[in-house]
Write a protein that binds this ligand. Structure first.
Ligand SMILES: Cc1cc2nc3c(=O)[nH]c(=O)nc-3n(C[C@H](O)[C@H](O)[C@H](O)COP(=O)(O)OP(=O)(O)OC[C@H]3O[C@@H](n4cnc5c(N)ncnc54)[C@H](O)[C@@H]3O)c2cc1C
Length: 432
């Protein structure tokens, strides 16, 4: 039997071949003092670093691997509304005042990203042509309609597309319609990560890569953060490790379950195909329990994503089902070559929401984006920075919470495996 082709979920991604250059960084080899240490250099940590450095705070980012090696550099790059729960669910959970603040934070998240890109001239292929969440049957269409109406009631622009309008705007006849969010879009996620890092460095942040934090110690007037070959003393620590959280902060990893998601990118599509498949370069999500998502890159390659296997190593065969699902939505893809295959982890939480969690005074974590961290992680980074800069907790735009632990976390892979089978069956039964 020939060996299955193994995929490196980071290095084999499309983004590696079109990414802007990474700024030069080194690993930490000394003892430093600063105001704030940020653990993790993805969208969350780097947005926090940029804002803090711009505000004159001495900030030091410590990243275990290279820039973007976590979810950020592998992401699908869809910049969308960032939460899986809609307005009424948020108000039910948090009450009117906090729920309303949260709705406005979520609605502002895509523009936060695109404005930041413009403000700092980040070279990361932004496209703000909107995002559609499509419904595969009438029941899900009703749900999309309710959701769109709820957003509109809270002042958030959202349109409803019926079956015909959806076909005109996206080229697929496979759906009953969908909800369209005009402020959303896409970007090149590895470039966005590297450009955030470059800009944060220019503003005075220090960023060390290949510098895994292996110990955090509370001291009389702050914290000591240790890596293999260095240490940093600081007043505050921000933990931005999301689905790649390890045991450095006791109990943190038990707050998220890593789910794998995989992506493929086609050869550059001909003008003819591009005029029939997502002709307006809208980003697209099939909103089922197991979502399917589409977008173009700057060279006209169509990127399609789906859930992945319950492990971090991928084989070429893991991507076969995804290709079949993509062809079902756009049959013209049957003759297309798929040039790139990759994937990584997303962090799921018990209540399907991200969390801003003050673990102890001066130690705060922001994470748990449930697969929607491009806009929301960026927003969370800014919120973490605001909290360091003295914004009162009730004005942060995101509530501080004590997230629930997964009780059987040690058996998470078995749980995920069973849930994926169950969701696959239910999605199938709903679509026939
Ligand atoms: C394949 C894929 C597709 C996705 N598609 C989308 C999408 O289209 N739209 C969307 O909104 N979201 C998407 N997501 C989710 C999104 O990418 C994430 O939510 C987001 O990148 C999280 O950013 P982050 O900065 O919080 O975490 P990460 O980018 O994961 O960064 C965390 C970093 O912490 C580092 N770290 C961990 N432990 C330590 C330690 N002890 N010391 C130092 N560093 C440490 C890790 O190395 C990692 O680099 C996708 C994710 C994947 C994997």
């Amino acid at each position: 039997m020939p060996e299955p082709t193994l995929i490196d979920g980071y290095r084999d991604s499309l983004w590696m071949s079109t990414g802007s250059d990474a700024p030069a960084t080194e690993s930490l080899q000394e003892s430093l003092d600063c105001d704030v240490v940020i653990v993790g250099a993805g969208f969350t940590g780097l947005n926090a670093a940029l804002k803090l450095a711009t505000s004159g705070v001495r900030v030091c980012v410590l990243e275990a691997g290279d820039l973007g090696v976590g979810s950020s550099g592998r992401s699908g790059g869809q910049v969308n509304l960032g939460l899986n729960l809609g307005p009424s669910a948020l108000i039910k959970k948090f009450g009117v005042k906090t729920g309303e603040q949260l709705i406005q934070t979520v609605a502002a998240a895509p523009n936060h990203v695109f404005n930041l890109i413009r403000e700092h001239n980040l070279q990361c292929d932004p496209v703000q042509n909107g995002w559609v969440q499509a419904a595969v049957n009438e029941r899900l269409m009703d749900a999309q309609q309710h959701l769109a109406e709820e957003y509109v009631r809270h002042g958030v622009t959202m349109e409803l597309l019926d079956k015909d309008e959806l076909e005109i705007r996206t080229g697929t006849t496979a759906y009953s319609g969908g909800m369209f969010c005009p402020v959303a879009g896409s970007l090149q996620p590895l470039s966005y990560t590297r450009e955030l890092a470059r800009t944060a460095l220019e503003k005075g942040a220090q960023i060390y890569t290949r510098s895994a934090v292996n110990q955090l110690q509370k001291q009389a007037n702050g914290w000591r953060v240790d890596t293999d070959k260095g240490q940093v003393r600081c007043e505050q620590v921000l933990i931005c490790t999301n689905a790649y959280s390890d045991s450095v902060v006791s109990g943190l990893a038990q707050l998220v379950v890593p789910l794998r998601t995989i992506l493929i990118a086609s050869e550059p599509l001909s003008d003819n195909l591009r005029s029939t498949i997502l002709p307006e370069q809208i980003t697209f999500v099939d909103k089922r329990r197991l979502i399917l998502y589409f977008r173009y890159d700057r060279n006209g390659r169509l990127c399609v994503g789906d859930h992945g296997p319950v492990r971090d190593e991928f084989k070429l065969s893991d991507f076969e089902l995804l290709k079949k699902r993509a062809i079902k939505v756009f049959p013209a893809l049957a003759s297309v070559r798929w040039d790139f295959h990759w994937g990584g982890r997303v962090a799921m939480t018990k209540d399907s929401l991200p969390f801003l969690h003050r673990i102890s005074p001066g130690l705060t974590a922001g994470m748990g984006y449930n697969g929607r961290g491009v806009a929301m992680g960026s927003m969370m980074g800014t919120i973490l920075a605001d909290s360091v800069l003295g914004t009162p907790d009730e004005e942060l735009g995101f509530p501080l919470t004590q997230p629930d632990k997964y009780k059987m976390h040690a058996f998470r892979d078995i749980g995920v495996s069973v849930a994926l089978k169950w969701y696959t069956l239910r999605d199938y039964l709903e679509s026939v």
